[in-house]
Design a protein around this ligand. Structure first.
Ligand code: NAD
Length: 281
């Protein structure tokens, strides 16, 4: 984890690379999304994480285009929503996402949730592989997959997803799943990296922040980076968007890393993917 390149980007199992620190846009309204993504791109973020579910793909695409940055310099991720799982419906959902994004290719497409009871994630992933083979998507991955879902997916398709984007923060640090990812060559991507804001006032985090002369959010983002995660914090406030990217000018020592890691009490904020079966929009 020493080289600056390793801190800034991750080489995926298909040879492509992804910026390690991205900008998440869950619950950013369409009215705010174009400005927020524009601010993020100006601040230096080169990776935007959206989803069909978030209802802001159009604004994300507009901000990417309006930035004037060459398309190859911005890494765009979206996700196929639960209701659209299945081979043909995924192909249709992908075209709808691309129409909204207004882009001619996608960097990374994820299956949003496995929905194991429906038994469709294998055919959904085959559709992603088809789109990748057609050159529409550069890399394909999953989100919220438990080890048993990864195993079925890989055994059935022979393809290892490049990333698994999962709930991960100091109170739910997913050590076992990270070990599975390391063995399989899957990059770990953390959603709710700040505990959706709930960890920012924790006294241990505040204490490390005080010692480092950084904000609690910066400390948590740096903890993810040093742990080896891809991390996608969200904010709508310009000063927070900018501040959350200022994490490459300090380092957490071993005792600071373990002070934060010791907060793990297994507390999930979101649903358990083994039973989650929601297909509403
Ligand atoms: P997060 O942990 O990034 O927390 C975001 C919240 O933290 C903000 O709403 C704000 O309240 C607070 N915050 C952020 N920066 C701050 C700062 N500097 N100071 C004070 N408060 C600050 O939570 P998230 O948005 O749920 O997760 C990040 C991204 O992960 C999402 O935007 C989305 O892209 C992705 N995500 C994916 C899934 C999935 O199922 N794949 C689920 C949830 C989120």
């Amino acid at each position: 984890m020493a080289a600056e390149d390793d801190l800034r980007s991750v080489t995926l199992n298909d040879g492509n690379s992804i910026p390690r620190l991205g900008f998440g846009v869950y619950k950013i309204s369409p009215a705010d999304a174009e400005r927020a993504v524009g601010t993020a791109l100006e601040a230096g973020y080169r990776h935007i994480d959206t989803a069909a579910l978030y209802g802001n793909e159009r604004e994300v695409g507009r901000a990417v285009t309006a930035s004037g940055l060459p398309r190859r310099e911005v890494y765009v991720v979206t996700k196929v929503w639960n209701a659209d799982q299945g081979y043909d419906s995924t192909l249709t959902a992908f075209e709808a996402s691309m129409d909204r994004l207004g882009l001619d290719y996608l960097d990374l497409y994820l299956i949003h949730w496995p929905l194991p009871a429906r038994g469709k994630f294998v055919e959904t992933f085959r559709a992603l592989a088809h789109l990748r083979d057609q050159g529409r998507i550069r890399s394909i991955g999953v989100s919220n997959f438990a080890p048993e879902h990864l195993e079925v997916l890989i055994d059935s398709t022979g393809i290892v997803p490049v990333v698994n984007q999962v709930e991960l923060h100091p109170r739910f640090s997913q050590a076992e799943l990270r070990a599975v990812h390391a063995r399989l060559g899957i990059a770990t991507e953390a959603w709710a990296p700040l505990g959706q804001g709930s960890l920012l006032a924790h006294p241990s985090v505040a204490e490390v922040a005080r010692r480092c002369g950084k904000t609690p959010a910066q400390v948590l983002i740096r903890w993810h980076i040093q742990l080896g995660n891809i991390v996608i914090p969200k904010s709508v406030h310009p000063e927070r968007i900018v501040g959350n990217f200022e994490v490459f000018d300090f380092e957490l020592g071993a005792s600071e890393m373990s002070a934060i890691s010791s907060l793990d009490d297994g507390a999930r904020l979101g649903p358990d993917p083994r039973v989650f079966d929601y297909t509403g929009r």
